[in-house]
Design a protein around this ligand. Structure first.
Ligand code: CIZ
Length: 317
């Protein structure tokens, strides 16, 4: 029997999930229907914290490749599936491991802090991994004058330098989605919705951070939307987060911030959107594509992730 509609896929995914004793994780940037069928939805930090505790033998990571790798590194004995192996990340791609290794050698004595949006090979060169949800606190856990290399996102690095008064050495990488938001178009939009609060992810460029009412990770922006008491928001991060924002606050208005070249008025990560219900169904059915990471790499990349998870326990939100 051919499977056609979202409802068909939903039913079949749920059946297979039960049969295979699988857990589905979805990042906030996934399509709404994938977020709705997942067992857990969150940012990279929350998903890593959950993955660490999962007992089930099969985990489907609905996100991009580096997120699947993070799960595999934390759960090496489990089958880790990603619906579309082509779901990459422009930011992770902007930091080649051998170039990063040279960069580290050029800065002896520096602690290496890497954003979670990196390959396992880059994580293996790292002292501690951070996400946008804990970068500030983890950087601040080091003495102020402590020499630090921060990679690969220069916008997040600059933001953290600014709010912590540090002078970390930054790798010159960026996310193609977050860099494309248009300050001019957002200012025009604000004229139409003068009461709107502008929510900005720290991977965006500085001029956008300056006009923001709130800068933060997806989890921080979602919390602000829920708890701030304001009703209208212009949201400058990947538009998948609007699904959770609208679900959590059905009476509030969320407007996807326009990018410089979008015709739809919003900004989507093409990689994130490669995962579909059909591919999720097929990957569960075939137990493929699977994430594989070499055992030696797992060992090296695991340390800085575990260090992040350990330090995160000490962070009070
Ligand atoms: O850390 C994550 O999950 C990413 C990529 C963005 C965010 O702010 O949640």
């Amino acid at each position: 029997m051919s499977v056609k509609s979202t409802e068909d896929f939903k039913e079949r995914i749920l059946r297979l999930k039960k049969e295979k004793n699988a857990v589905i994780l979805a990042h906030y940037y996934q399509q709404g229907e994938i977020q709705d069928i997942a067992d857990y939805v969150g940012d990279s930090l929350a998903l890593a914290q959950i993955a660490e505790k999962i007992d089930a033998p099969v985990i489907v990571m609905c996100g991009v490749h580096f997120m699947g790798e993070t799960v595999k590194i934390l759960c090496p004995d489990k089958t880790v599936l990603v619906p579309d192996m082509e779901a990459g990340c422009s930011l992770a791609d902007s930091c080649d491991a051998s170039d990063f290794e040279k960069f580290i050698k050029e800065h002896p004595g520096h602690t290496v802090i890497s954003y979670v949006n990196t390959t396992a090979a880059v994580k293996a060169l790292t002292d501690v991994v951070v996400t946008s949800g804990n970068a500030r606190e983890i950087v601040e856990s080091f003495p102020k004058e402590h020499p630090i290399i921060f990679g690969p996102d220069k916008n997040l690095g600059n933001y953290i330098n600014g709010i912590t008064g540090r002078n970390m050495v930054l790798w010159d990488g960026a996310c193609h989605v977050h860099e494309k938001f248009s300050v001019d178009k957002i200012i025009e939009l604000k004229k139409q919705y003068p009461e709107a609060k502008i929510l900005v992810h720290p991977e965006c460029k500085k001029p956008l951070q300056i006009i923001a009412d709130k800068v933060g990770s997806t989890a921080v922006l979602l919390k602000y939307a829920k708890e701030s008491g304001y009703d209208t928001f212009i949201v400058a991060t990947e538009s998948g987060i609007l699904h959770q924002m609208k679900k959590s606050c059905p009476d509030k208005t969320f407007i996807a911030a326009p990018s410089t070249d979008s015709t739809c008025g919003c900004n989507e990560c093409n990689y994130m959107k490669l995962n579909t219900m059909k591919k999720l169904y097929e990957c569960l059915k075939n137990e493929s594509p699977q994430i594989h990471v070499d055992a030696s790499l797992i060992e090296k990349a695991r340390r800085p992730i575990e260090r992040m998870l350990e330090l995160s326990k000490q962070i009070k939100k």
